[in-house]
Write a protein that binds this ligand. Structure first.
Ligand SMILES: [Zn+2]
Length: 293
């Protein structure tokens, strides 16, 4: 009888220990946004292994504006001339699918070293959710003069096939997520998920619809180490020209590493990296753009 009680006690202790371990594992897991259904956005690596502290500026010092809103330097600028007053070639680098609590900040810091700005097409549930400390990343990017724009709220829907109510919700909720933390932001731009949107929805859109002319294909090489970084850099540098809009994603470590090299090379070749609104002059709502004309 005593032996039976002992073995019962041992079994009970084992089950209790198992439950304890399992619950500790669950609590330890980082909160993830909903699983995505698009090939380029699966398995986003969320490890915090950025090496931003090792960045060494090699050129002009940063030129921070420290205004806590979107860049609005295109006000009263109705020209489509994509060359700056200094005559430099200009391009826009765009980052989709963030914010990311480490990589977005690291990319922003890298841009700031050259006095450059980019445009971040954000996912709303990463901005107003807890998973990626996204609100702080977006506020930080905006504080350095970068442009914040709309990509999606859930990133689970294409804008050429989803219901109108779903489409409106994706845009409206992302707009709200941005303006809740940046009340003075001028949100002028959107980028459809996968670049897919109907002509009708484009024409009715309250935002300028921003596509791209240079695809880095960074998501394809996100897990390929330094060879992948080199491929991303080459994909961009072999295609870039004055007026280009470059597509990247600020959630991957390789994108951050490639960005460092791309900025270095663009700067060396006399390019200036500006926001999409600066590049395009005054992009119009309901019009689709893929580069400066
Ligand atoms: Zn996307």
């Amino acid at each position: 009888m005593i032996n039976k009680n002992k073995s019962l006690l041992r079994a009970f202790v084992r089950v209790f220990a198992l439950i304890l371990v399992l619950s500790m594992m669950l609590v330890g897991c980082e909160e993830e946004p909903p699983k995505r259904t698009f090939p380029d956005y699966n398995n986003s690596n969320n490890s915090n292994n950025s090496s931003k502290d090792t960045i060494k500026p090699n050129n002009k010092p940063s030129n921070n504006n420290n205004n806590n809103s979107n860049s609005n330097s295109n006000n009263n600028n109705n020209t489509n001339n994509n060359s700056s007053s200094s005559g430099k070639k200009r391009v826009a680098i765009t980052y989709d699918d963030g914010p990311h609590n480490v990589r977005t900040n690291a990319i922003v810091d890298e841009l700031a070293k050259y006095g450059f700005n980019a445009t971040f097409f954000v996912v709303g549930n990463r901005v107003d959710g807890k998973a990626y400390n996204g609100a702080n990343a977006v506020k930080y990017a905006a504080s350095k003069g970068n442009e914040i724009a709309i990509h999606a709220y859930t990133h689970n829907n294409y804008y050429d096939t989803c219901e109108k109510s779903v489409y409106n919700s994706e845009l409206d909720k992302t707009y709200d997520a941005i303006t809740d933390i940046l009340p003075n932001a001028k949100v002028r731009l959107m980028r459809p998920v996968g670049g897919r949107i109907t002509e009708e929805r484009t024409a009715d859109c309250d935002y300028a619809v921003i596509m791209w002319s240079v695809d880095s294909n960074d998501w394809k090489y996100k897990n390929d180490g330094q060879p992948g970084v080199n491929t991303i850099v080459n994909n961009v540098m072999s295609q870039v020209k004055d007026g280009s809009i470059i597509l990247m994603h600020d959630i991957y470590e390789n994108t951050y590493l490639a960005t460092k090299e791309i900025l270095k090379q663009l700067n060396a070749q006399g390019y200036e990296v500006v926001t999409v609104s600066e590049l395009l002059g005054s992009p119009k709502a309901g019009v689709k753009y893929s580069k400066a004309s």
